[in-house]
Design a protein around this ligand. Structure first.
Ligand code: NI
Length: 255
């Protein structure tokens, strides 16, 4: 059994074969997934998936790339959705200095407000951190994110950053990039992350693992991530699958 903690099955890349894609994931042993809705378009489509499939859960939040579009009423909308049985986290939220589609100050403000909301509601948060490790840690600390903790999604930082995040109650989630030959740092970080803080994900349709790199990613490929994690930890695939699934169930408070 595998748990894909971060996927975007509602993405238009799956419009032609969404049902088949979900069926392939189930066939590959994926028993649960968290679909992530991150703006005005993807939150409704995420909720629809979570309401259609009992093994698909939802995370809802405002992505840093879309920070500039978030209105007060959107924050209220996210708060309202958090009451839904299938909504298990607020995310993905954070900072993206790579695309830089929203000014940094706006990203910071939107990030801080959503951490505040998560604390108010007692929800874990899913963090998107692209080229912004230092500011992510600083804001998580200043906004007391340790009260709720959460997940560092598709983690690409150093072991030092991972430690700082784990000290604030975060799990570290790894995806396709750990399967890349040249991915020295994420492999080294994964080796050091304690087993009880380890999660796996696809971030499909993005970040496709080897040997499918360059093609569309899908949740079934979380098995390839699990295989690499097992190899790096010197464990069996079954052990890694069991541990990461248990971690995810606890992290998202799924019973
Ligand atoms: Ni994502």
């Amino acid at each position: 059994m595998l748990f894909d903690t971060h996927t975007h099955l509602d993405a238009p890349q799956f419009d032609e074969d969404r049902e088949e894609t979900i069926a392939r994931a189930v066939e590959a042993g994926v028993t649960r997934m968290v679909n992530v809705g991150f703006n005005r378009e993807t939150i409704p489509s995420t909720m629809k998936l979570a309401e259609t499939y009992d093994f698909i859960y939802a995370a809802v939040g405002w992505h840093p790339q879309d920070a500039i579009t978030m209105l007060d009423e959107d924050l209220d909308w996210i708060a309202e959705l958090c009451k839904h049985d299938k909504v298990v986290a607020i995310g993905e939220i954070g900072l993206d200095y790579y695309w830089d589609t929203s000014p940094k100050e706006v990203q910071h403000q939107v990030f801080r407000r959503q951490i505040g909301l998560a604390r108010e509601l007692g929800m874990p948060i899913v963090i998107h951190d692209r080229d912004a490790h230092e500011d992510i840690v600083k804001i998580l600390r200043e906004e007391k994110a340790s009260e709720v903790g959460g997940i560092m999604h598709s983690f690409s930082g150093s072991w030092e950053t991972a430690k700082l995040c784990m000290n604030m109650g975060f799990h570290i989630s790894f995806g396709g990039p750990i399967t890349f030959k040249n991915a020295k740092q994420p492999k080294e970080v994964l080796k050091q992350v304690p087993l009880d803080r380890l999660l796996i994900e696809t971030d499909s349709p993005y970040l496709t693992p080897h040997p499918f790199r360059g093609k569309r990613n899908e949740s079934a490929h979380v098995r390839l991530v699990a295989e690499m994690a097992a190899e790096l930890k010197g464990m069996s695939l079954e052990e890694i699958a069991q541990i990461t699934t248990q971690n995810a169930l606890e992290r998202f408070d799924i019973r």
